[in-house]
Structures are given as C-alpha cells and as structure tokens.
Design a protein. Structure first.
Length: 114
C-alpha cells in the first residue's frame, strides 16, 4: 500500500519507527524531503511525559529524536528497504518556545499556544 503525504495513519507511522506504545511521540508525517521532515504529535493527558498537566521538555526532546527516526524510516520505506535500528543521535542544545514566542508550553489538549 502506498501512502501519500501528509498522513496520520498511526499504524503506518508506527511501522517506520522502533518505539511502541506508550512511548510513541510522533503521530503524523506532514512533509518529507531528503534533508527534512515535519512531523506531528498530539499530546494527550495520559502521555508519560505529562506531569501536573504540563508536557515536559524531555517529551519534546523525545519527539525530536523520534522525528529523526521517522525521517530515516520513511526514507527506507521509499527505497523499499528495512530501516536500520539501534542507532543513537546526539542533541547538543535544546530550547523550546511556542509559536507566540512564549517559553511556556500550551495547555494539554489546546490547539492554541498562549
């Protein structure tokens, strides 16, 4: 079965990464090219990185790492090959802010960052 982008087919997205529930932090591929991938992720209240209704920065870092794995997985999917597993990347620095420039993450379940 061929998948067109964007896709939020959870089974397809999860087939491209090594992580499994409850540790999946990517739910959608919005855009892909050889250099970049834009992924989506819906934060739910029962997410393991939510503490006191706040999604922790460690969850954003995990989302970033899984997005890299998703990029690799989708690349190999397009090539008709199995993606490699067991590799680890490094994040040297990390800073997060929402689209309004705030450093506070949006409320859980909110589509609108404040």
């Amino acid at each position: 079965m061929e998948h067109q982008l964007p896709t939020s087919d959870q089974n397809f997205v999860e087939s491209l990464i090594p992580q499994r529930f409850p540790f999946v932090m990517v739910h959608e591929i919005m855009e892909y090219n050889e250099e970049n991938l834009i992924s989506g992720f819906e934060i739910k209240e029962d997410n393991i990185f939510v503490q006191e209704a706040i999604f922790q920065a460690s969850g954003l870092i995990e989302h970033q790492a899984q997005s890299v794995a998703l990029h690799t997985g989708y690349k190999y999917y397009l090539l008709g090959k199995d993606a490699p597993t067991g590799y680890i990347g490094a994040i040297k620095s990390f800073e997060a802010e929402n689209s309004s420039g705030n450093r506070r993450p949006p409320d859980i379940g909110s589509d609108n960052p404040e």
